[in-house]
Ligand binder design. Structure first.
Ligand SMILES: NC(=O)c1ccc[n+]([C@@H]2O[C@H](COP(=O)([O-])OP(=O)(O)OC[C@H]3O[C@@H](n4cnc5c(N)ncnc54)[C@H](O)[C@@H]3O)[C@@H](O)[C@H]2O)c1
Length: 270
């Protein structure tokens, strides 16, 4: 259901890989709500080619950038501003990857080169994007920048490995940068802490199917899926959330506030 919530707004969306990606759903919903979009992902992801279908569908140019590389981000933001003929109103950071998770290296035996990569790709890249945008005054006043997080930033989830540390850092960056960007330019910066979601990044976490089932039983509203998440992003990009900043916002069907649910208890009966 479209309500023109983003009519006249422009934004850049990082991290749409395929039609399961949360960023993909956000891009589709933002377009439906009247926004003009630029898409960005790594050169490798672009070579996989699936993003082209999305670009065509929503009439969005696709710009390659490794979000850990400031020079590439610099160029990507320049090209985005050129395309829009000036600044834009929203940014989605939907980027995450841990080589330790991919290689199933346990937390007490982390490879530190990989650990640095995890932090750079999954958290520090958000700082880099915000920094490049602020230096170029790329985000318009009352603009909105969002990144996607997970509750493992607050509580330990077996198997989430060094991504938990990356999410804690990501949420901290949103607060620290949110203060400065809000004060100087009235730009909002928030993170959304999303339910487990069946995506390419999600399936890298060992036992995601079990985690998904556990969260589903624990959440009174059930897990939020990628489309639910897209709806929440649209609201936060819109003018309906003008005074929301420096927050980590749980979008998880109630999971974050539950100790034990009846449905989870049932699992232990017999
Ligand atoms: N899937 C879940 O269960 C879940 C839950 C909570 C939060 N999240 C977060 O949502 C975000 C999006 O993930 P997703 O689940 O849609 O999976 P996804 O695999 O579709 O998206 C991850 C994206 O990160 C991109 N990426 C990786 N390295 C990059 C780099 N160096 N520069 C730029 N882009 C890079 C990938 O190309 C991909 O498009 C991630 O931050 C993830 O941690 C996911």
């Amino acid at each position: 259901m479209a309500n023109d919530l983003l009519k006249g707004k422009k934004g850049i969306i990082f991290g749409a890989l395929n039609d399961k990606s949360i960023a993909w759903k956000v891009a589709e919903r933002a377009y439906e709500e009247g926004a003009e979009i630029v898409l960005s992902n790594t050169a490798g992801a672009l070579r996989m080619g699936e993003i082209n279908a999305l670009g065509e569908k929503i009439n969005a140019p696709i710009i390659a950038a490794d979000a850990t590389n400031v020079e590439e981000l610099d160029l990507a933001i320049d090209k985005t501003m050129e395309h829009f003929g000036g600044g834009f109103d929203f940014v989605l950071h939907s980027i995450g990857m841990s080589p330790n998770v991919r290689k199933k290296i346990p937390y007490d035996d982390l490879n530190y080169v990989f650990f640095n990569k995890t932090l750079d790709i999954s958290a520090i890249s958000f700082h880099k994007i915000l920094r490049v945008c602020k230096q170029k005054d790329a985000i318009n006043e009352w603009g909105s920048a969002l990144a996607l997080s997970y509750i493992a930033a607050q509580r330990t989830f077996f198997g989430y490995d060094d991504m938990a540390d990356a999410k804690a850092l990501l949420e901290s960056i949103a607060r620290s940068f949110g203060y400065i960007y809000g004060k100087d330019k009235k730009v909002r910066v928030n993170t959304i802490s999303q339910s487990p979601t069946m995506t390419t990044a999600g399936s890298g976490v060992s036992g995601l199917d079990l985690l998904f089932d556990f969260a589903e039983r624990m959440s009174p509203l059930g897990n939020a899926d990628a489309l639910d998440c897209a709806d929440y992003c649209i609201m936060l990009f819109s003018d309906l959330a003008r005074k929301v900043t420096m927050q980590n916002l749980y979008h998880d069907g109630g999971f974050a506030s539950i100790g034990i649910s009846e449905e989870a208890m049932d699992k232990y009966k017999s």
